[in-house]
Design a protein around this ligand. Structure first.
Ligand code: IPM
Ligand code: MN
Length: 353
């Protein structure tokens, strides 16, 4: 009996369902070629459902999703819904309740992709950001006092627990070891100002480092790292950081690897159910036009297979994408690819299969 994976699919909003459809095409092709099966189950969570029913996420959703091997997500965010409702009510809620404490975001410049950095080549841009995904300023701790008055006070507290910080840092050391590229792990923080939060990160980092003598450790302040990403991206191998800094630096990472059209990531609970997504948004203005680039969603599918243990199939998808960027798809932006969304999916599926 071939191995069967149960995958929950949340196409979500805007162009999410379109890019996910191409990802599924590629995953099916990979599963046939590499001898496993995937059963997909579809969930309609997102802005449209919310506008129709008033419900962001049914209470049963989290329980239902724990029955799957992984979740494959398109995009969350709808122009007719106030910012925050869907993002917090679906994306962040799933990350938190499924305890997906790692946000893994590879930053890799593929051959042939136009890079905005002068003289940087694929060998110069190839690192991975490991973002803590359940704590920090995203924890939702804080509130208003005297709201709407001239004396209004608003607080938003960064929560950093020893357990949360340590499990993230430990994952990052293990990842750097397994990746075996330059065996280097950089902590990105702000130890010169946020002395409490990053004091805990720094102490934990050095304690855990003692267990990994083969990994070189390095530190960069978050402001400085944005500078190095542009000037010397080749310095980096694996970077570990908190939730907000990770959010910010991975958008910059996406740009130096050619844009949001290619950037993929995973929300990982190493002991539970993980969720994989292209890191760009729902791009509502391109919805339904068969114009958006599905490569980021396709690459998220590869990250998912890698995590499920199907490394050969995952590598084959990544190679197929590299083959296309090197030969056919020069411009990754919507409408400029020279191909439609579905044509790009077809081409990758064909190369993989
Ligand atoms: C991301 C996104 C989300 C985040 C938003 C949509 C809540 O920007 O996945 O990076 O801030 O984490
Ligand atoms: Mn972001």
């Amino acid at each position: 009996m071939p191995k069967t994976y149960k995958i929950a699919v949340i196409g979500g909003d805007g162009t999410g369902p379109e890019v996910i459809a191409e990802g599924i095409k590629v995953l099916k092709s990979a599963s046939m070629k590499y001898g496993f099966k995937i059963d997909f189950a579809y969930f309609d969570f997102g802005g449209e459902r919310y506008l129709k029913t008033g419900e962001v996420l049914p209470d049963s959703a989290v329980d239902d999703l724990t029955k799957f091997d992984a979740i494959y997500l398109g995009a969350i965010g709808h122009p007719d819904v106030k910012p925050g409702i869907l993002e917090k009510g679906i994306l962040l809620r799933l990350r938190f309740e499924l305890d997906q404490y790692i946000n893994l975001r590879p930053v890799r410049l593929y051959p042939g992709v136009d890079c905005p950095l002068k003289n940087k080549k694929p060998e110069d841009i190839d690192f991975v950001v490991i973002r803590e995904n359940t704590e920090g300023l995203y924890a939702g701790v804080g509130g208003f006092f005297k709201k709407g008055t001239p004396d209004e006070v608003a607080t938003q507290v960064s929560i950093n627990t020893r357990k949360g910080v340590e499990r993230c840092i430990r994952y990052a050391f293990e990842y750097a070891k397994k990746r075996n590229k330059s065996n280097k792990l950089t902590l990105c923080g702000k130890t010169n100002v946020l002395t409490y939060a990053f004091g805990l990160w720094e102490r934990t980092f050095h304690e855990v480092a003692k267990e990994y003598p083969e990994i070189k450790t390095d530190y960069a302040h978050v402001d400085a790292i944005t500078m190095w990403f542009v000037k010397n991206p080749e310095w980096f191998d694996v970077i570990v950081t908190d939730n907000l800094f990770g959010d910010i630096i991975t958008d910059l990472g996406a740009m130096i690897q050619g844009g949001l059209g290619i950037a993929a990531g995973g929300n990982i609970n190493p002991e539970g159910v993980s969720m994989f997504e292209p890191i760009g948004g729902s791009a509502p203005k391109y919805k339904g036009q068969n114009m958006i680039n599905p490569l980021a969603a396709i690459c998220a599918g590869a990250v998912m297979l890698d995590n499920l243990g199907e490394k050969s199939a995952a590598d084959a998808i990544e190679r197929a994408v590299m083959d296309l960027t090197a030969t056919k798809i020069k411009d990754l932006s919507a409408g400029k690819m020279g191909f439609s969304t579905t044509q790009v999916g077809d081409m990758v599926a064909k190369i993989v299969g």
